[in-house]
Structures are given as structure tokens and as C-alpha cells.
Design a protein around this ligand. Sequence first.
Ligand code: AMP
Ligand code: MN
Length: 331
Amino acid sequence: MRKLASLQRITTLEPIPNADSILKATVLGWQLVVKKGEFSVGDLCVYVEIDSILPERPEFEFLRARSNRIRTVRLRGQISQGVCFPLSILPDTLEVEEGLDVTTVLGIEKYEPPIPAQLSGVMKGGFPSFIPKTDETRVQILVDLLQKYEGEHCFVTEKLDGSSVTYYLNEGEFGVCSRNMELEKSEDNSFWKVAVNLGIEAKLNSLGKNIAIQGELIGEGIQRNKYKLKGQTVRFFNAFDISNYEYLNYSDFRALVENLELPMVPVLEERFPLVSDINTLVELSVGGSLLRKETRREGIVIRPLKEKTDQIGRVSFKVINPKFLLKYEDA
Ligand code: AMP
Ligand code: MN
């Protein structure tokens, strides 16, 4: 699992106009509001990311009304993402070190949106071990990685807000998986219905190899159908070669879905030299959806044209549109 909580330094503290008791802090690539006097620049703190669910503890009591989930909020006009806690919330025995992952120590879990009935389905088994699950790291924790890959040619796709799906063909066997499990075939299940409608099994079969394609299921009944679609469909963002245990590079992925006449996630940039400034990337994430311009896009996903792996695993990350979070988080 990714780091939701870690020990990080406060790199800047700035005043917020018309607010006397709070300050704007920078931690990693995040901006958030802290109480005046609680921290100084250079202090280590426990930084907890948005979408963390905190356990019941007196120190976390102020989050009770929000179901103990850390969300994007706006305070006195300032967008605030995440929370800084003092090191005193850690067990005394812990050896303090910058960057240390304290997600498990603190009993923090990641918020996952509830899956509606037509999507949940009946579990056939766990997620296949021969395919990676879909996931994206948040750009805000990648300060060093961005510097390393600055200038690298990347492609940028729109991040759609639906439900993750994996279709695979392995040793002649076709499988359908939601984010964390494989699903029993059924006429009621949306992941299966879309597979049948688009003829995905036959299409994968025509490739004559062990392959998985992964995408986002969108449409009626899914994440409040933000794109106002009729029915349900899928937009693909990955092709994975099971036999070689590797993702296809962008051009091969694109050719594969086009040849199979399957839809891809919308592409914003096909040759984007990576910039390391996180605020610039956040600005790039703001805008309307390419599926429906009146809908704010959830964000973007950035990846090198040639696949790369690094300490974080696959080099691929998401930049969430802060305006999308403000609009939808509390509804
Ligand atoms: P999150 O939805 O915040 O958990 O972010 C990761 C998820 O975004 C992945 O597991 C995918 O299901 C989903 N996703 C939606 N659009 C894209 C895209 N264009 N590229 C990669 N992942 C995407
Ligand atoms: Mn999502």
C-alpha cells in the first residue's frame, strides 16, 4: 500500500489574507492550513494525505463529523489538502526519520468509494497474481522523482471518475475483475455486461497471447454518472503483457486498443516534456472533461511514453484537480 501518513518537513509557512490564527504550510508538494504557532519552518511532522481514514483516538476527534476521513477543504479561501500532526501522536518507541511511513503504525486506511450493487458482483477469487492492480501515486509525494525525470517525454490522459476494471485472457481463460477481486460471470454485473456488449473476450482471443487490458467503467449508476452517459461503457488506460509481466509502451497500447476498436481514456497530450514544478502540473489538471465539457475533470494521469520503473514501482502518477475535489467531496 502507498504511504498515506509519513514523517515530513514543513518547508514553508505563509500568512493567509484576513486570517490571524492560521497559516498556509507546504509539505512535499502539498499545500495545507495549519494553526499558527504549532509548527516552525523545518520542523518534522506527521503528514497525513487526503483520503486517509483515521482510527478513533482523542487526537482525531475533530474529524468525527467527517467520518474520520481527511478531505480537501477550503479555509478562508485557501485550499487545504491533508493534515499535519505533531510527532507526539507517534508511539514513544518509534525512531523518527524523515520520510518514514507511519501509515500502519497509526492504523490509517485508505478511503474507497462504496461500490453500488450492480457493480459489486459475486467474488470468484482474489485479484489474479499475474496482473498488477490498477493504482496511481499522487504527484504531491513525488518531488524527487519529478526532478529526476524532468524533460522526459510523457503522455497525459484524463483521469475518469468511474470504477476500475481488468479484463484478461490467460492460457485461454477469460477473466473479469473489479479493483480488488475477480468476478463470477453474471448477467446483472456491469463489468461483465460491458465485456459482453463490446465482445472483449473474442477481441482478446484474436491477439493470440496472454494479455490484460485495464480501464475505467463509466456511465449510469457509477459515481453519479458525472459524464451524463446513456448506459455504461469502459475507457481503457493500460495493456499488460502477462507472459513477460510488463505494461505495453504507449504507442503499442494505443495501436492495440485501436486495432481492437476499443475506446481509450481521453488523451490531453501525446508528447509532453515533464516539468518538475507541482503547481504547474496541478494547473494542467484543472479544466472540463473531454467527455463532457460542463463536467469538471477529476484530474490527469501522466506517464512516460516508454514505460519506466523506479522506487515507486511503475513511473505513473495522478494529478487531481483540486476544484473537482471541492465540488464533489462533500456531496
Ligand atoms: P484513484 O481513483 O484516486 O484511486 O486513482 C487511481 C485509479 O484511477 C486507477 O486505479 C484507475 O481505476 C483510475 N483511472 C481513471 N482514469 C485513469 C487514467 N486515465 N489512467 C490511469 N488510471 C485511471
Ligand atoms: Mn477513482
